[in-house]
Design a protein around this ligand. Structure first.
Ligand SMILES: [Zn+2]
Length: 296
């Protein structure tokens, strides 16, 4: 147990050095303790066994919902962290398992994913179907939180600061939950061995929502890997201006105000976010057949 304390403190120093590039004395405001698998703790379906200052103790616990992780051929438990949050102790147990990588030759479906404010995601897939997730309610709720924060910032009392922090945390949890639902739907609504083509994040665009954008991307990537899918990022240049039908690229093709794309060359019309998803879909197809030369 003493060794675990050393390890935890060293790890914290290393994190500080990596993030701040200097030595700052770490502070442990709330108690935490690392437990090494098979040395400090072990568990099976019926029993949790753990080292304490008074020796090893064995406890009954509820393993409902985690049955599959007891398959030792597939899953390995790692160093668990005992943390104190909301006046309760929680034990976080990490689980590691191998996932086979999705080969390009296995890919059976391509999905272009465009992202924006009016629609959180717009998709276009190999069956030529488009999908939209509206961003309207998210936009409204974020606005509501913004107003709340503004009001509290003007008060400047210890209790208002506390409430401000709590509201910020609540907003983050709500946004993370939305991202979980959206990424889950994206993965589950497509067959295994799907290739998702996403835009590379443009610097300083969508600054106010960048954290939420990044969070959704991370959630999509880890869910996709578990589902034997692949996620690639493609250069978004001209994805909103290029006609998916004839390839004509012109800024005037897109009317941002009324969210309409109308090709100046061939007259093809569609919702502008859908055009972005269609072009990302095409870039996903190009990625799979990079040597294809289009005949003139
Ligand atoms: Zn066109």
């Amino acid at each position: 147990m003493t060794q675990s304390v050393f390890k935890t403190v060293i790890a914290r120093y290393k994190t500080i050095q990596t993030n701040q590039h200097q030595w700052i004395q770490p502070e442990f405001k709330v108690p935490q303790f690392d437990l090494v698998w098979n040395r400090d703790y072990s568990l099976n379906q019926d029993c949790f066994s753990v080292n304490t200052l008074n020796g090893r103790i064995k406890l009954a616990y509820c393993s409902q919902g985690m049955e599959k992780y007891f398959d030792k051929e597939i899953y390995k438990f790692g160093t668990a962290k005992l943390v104190y949050r909301h006046k309760k102790y929680f034990l976080h147990i990490p689980v590691t398992f191998e996932v086979s990588e999705c080969a390009n030759s296995d890919i059976c479906n391509v999905v272009g994913i465009d992202r924006g404010i009016n629609f959180v995601v717009t998709t276009y897939n190999s069956k030529h179907q488009s999908g939209f997730v509206s961003g309207k309610t998210i936009k409204q709720k974020r606005g509501h939180y913004k107003n709340l924060r503004k009001q509290l910032q003007q008060v400047r009392t210890p209790s208002s600061r506390k409430r401000l922090k709590a509201i910020g945390q609540r907003e983050n949890r709500w946004m993370q939950d939305i991202n979980h639902q959206v990424s889950k739907a994206l993965v589950e609504n497509n067959p295994e061995h799907t290739l998702f083509a996403e835009k590379i994040k443009l610097k300083n665009r969508y600054v106010s929502v960048s954290w939420a954008f990044y969070d959704l991307e991370q959630k999509l990537i880890y869910k996709a890997i578990q589902h034997h899918d692949k996620v690639i990022k493609v250069n978004p240049a001209y994805t909103s201006q290029c006609c998916p039908m004839c390839g004509h690229t012109e800024k005037a093709n897109r009317n941002k105000k009324i969210h309409l794309f109308c090709c100046k060359n061939c007259g093809y019309k569609s919702n502008d976010d859908r055009i972005g998803a269609m072009n990302l879909y095409r870039m996903g197809i190009d990625y799979l057949v990079p040597d294809t030369v289009t005949a003139e």
